[in-house]
Design a protein around this ligand. Structure first.
Ligand code: CU
Length: 120
């Protein structure tokens, strides 16, 4: 009886270990699923590494390569104002469809800092 209890204990411990490793692996997969888009902001233009990707979680890495401050807004979320030479990241979930992005500094979108990202 003691032997049975011991072996049951070992099996349970092994099961718990396997479940733990599995959940870590799943967490890693979910993190890896975030798509990274690099964005270069200049006067007065955004250059994106891609403007179309499958819908889901995105991380926009925005670098200001210009000479005045810029920000980047998409799907209701925006970066802080980014000084020249600095970067900011924006985590945002994009649903299927077109999503307009802009720089919210007055006059910048009208001057060309705007575009449409398509999530498929
Ligand atoms: Cu701007």
């Amino acid at each position: 009886m003691l032997r049975l209890k011991l072996s049951t204990g070992i099996v349970l411990a092994a099961l718990i270990a396997v479940l733990g490793v599995t959940s870590i692996a799943l967490a890693r997969t979910q993190t890896a699923a975030a798509k990274i888009v690099t964005v270069k902001a200049t006067e007065f233009h955004f250059a994106l590494s891609t403007r179309t990707a499958r819908h889901g979680l995105f991380i926009f890495k925005v670098t200001n390569r210009g000479h005045v401050k810029h920000d980047f807004k998409i799907a209701g979320k925006k970066t802080p104002l980014i000084a020249p030479g600095k970067s900011a990241t924006l985590r945002v979930t994009l649903t299927k469809g077109p999503h307009k992005y802009i720089c919210t500094v007055i006059g910048h979108a009208a001057a060309g800092m705007k575009g449409t990202f398509r999530a498929t």
